[in-house]
Ligand binder design. Structure first.
Ligand code: KG4
Ligand code: ZN
Length: 353
């Protein structure tokens, strides 16, 4: 049995987890800072870093205790080193380096977005999905499509040119007067009887071939719907009913855009010189969305692909995915020394995790 401790602090979740054999999650502790950032309507970087400083030790201790593991029994320590808020990343890195140094363990720096992709393999345990796998990562900070040839071997196909899908939910929620984070509150408002066809919103596809995304116009379309072109006009008061309809329409526009892009990535595979995907996975906070999960499960055009919908706990930010990818990298001899730096952006757009 291999045992890897994962540490994640790239944004507003302080998380630690112990994973055995790369997929068996022995503990998965996540301390979310959502409440601290709510009144600002988004993550405040300096507050986030300070909060990580206070929580990183108790969170890590709890992950080890829940797994019943002594740090000396670990095989490696994996930590998110990129991308993310640099002050936040540094806190996790210092913790991971200290444990690695104190117990003489290999240190493995992990790319956060690659870890979101890797969660799909962890969700399948020993029954690996057929490859290649098409994977959508949609969160508050990232929205991208990947062609996944094997665990850890991912090639980007497209990404957002402006807002991430989760960011679009967060901004739309603010427009509608719904609480942060916007994804869950829009989903809840939509579920309260909202009509997804109540208003016409665009499905931004960026021309006939593109696999990139653009969500910023969607939020602007919602804003214009509410107060026309007169930006000085005050926002109308929305009753419960109207808010549910707008939330449902917005959610449907995002979901349909994501589904259409996935169909396009499958349809255009051979013409773009790729093997046709045989499985389809999603990851990131937006992958928790029930309507997105339903739409993918029901889609006729995608139904011959094996659909991987990881459990919700592996979709939003967590350290189990970091430990899982760390296990793979450690096995392949990809470790780092104590000079491993925090990088706010991904090191390479390239091929491997
Ligand atoms: O992956 P994540 O936890 O953190 C980042 O790396 O950003 O994703 C958080 C994002 C937020 O923008 C949030 O609004 C969105 O994921 N989100 C959702 C849902 N739950 C979280 N979006 C749509 N539907 C949801 N149920
Ligand atoms: Zn994330």
């Amino acid at each position: 049995v291999s045992l890897v401790l994962g540490i994640e602090s790239s944004c507003d979740e302080t998380a630690a987890a112990v994973v055995a054999d790369g997929h068996d999650v022995r503990s998965n502790v996540v301390w979310s800072q959502i409440e601290e950032h709510r009144r600002y309507g988004g993550v405040v970087p300096e507050l986030a870093s300070r909060s990580h400083v206070e929580r990183i030790v108790p969170v890590t201790e709890r992950a080890l205790a829940e797994a019943g593991i002594d740090p000396a029994d670990l095989d490696a320590v994996a930590v998110t080193a990129r991308p993310g808020l640099v002050g936040c990343l540094l806190v996790g890195l210092v913790a991971a380096k200290t444990i690695a140094w104190r117990f003489g363990l290999p240190l493995v720096g992990v790319d956060h977005v690659s870890a979101h992709v890797h969660a799909a393999f962890m969700a399948c345990g020993e029954n690996a999905p057929p490859l290649p796998m098409l994977c959508l990562v949609a969160s508050g900070g990232h929205t991208a499509l990947y062609d996944v040839a094997a665990p850890g071997a991912i090639a980007p196909l497209g990404r957002t040119l402006d807002d991430a899908a989760g960011e679009a939910f967060d901004k739309a929620a603010a427009i509608l007067g719904l609480p942060y984070p916007g994804g869950p509150s829009i989903e809840a408002a939509a579920r309260a009887g909202g009509d997804p066809r109540a208003i016409d919103l665009p499905r931004p596809m960026l021309g006939p071939k593109s696999l990139d995304f653009s969500f910023s116009g969607l939020k602007t379309a919602l804003l214009y719907h509410l107060r026309g072109n007169a930006l000085r006009r005050p926002m109308p008061d929305l009753d419960e009913r109207a808010r549910a309809d707008l939330a449902a329409s917005f959610q449907e526009a995002v979901v349909q855009t994501l589904v259409r892009k996935l169909r396009r990535a499958v349809r255009h595979a051979s013409e773009q010189g790729r093997e046709r995907p045989r499985s389809l996975a999603i990851g990131g906070g937006v992958a928790r969305n029930t309507r997105l999960r339903e739409a993918l499960a029901e889609d006729r055009e995608l139904r011959d692909l094996e659909l991987v919908l990881p459990p919700l706990s592996l979709c939003s930010d967590n350290a189990a995915m970091v430990a899982g990818l760390g296990d793979l990298l450690w096995r392949s001899g990809t470790t780092d020394d104590l000079s491993l730096p925090a990088r706010p952006t991904s090191r390479r757009r390239g091929t491997t995790a």
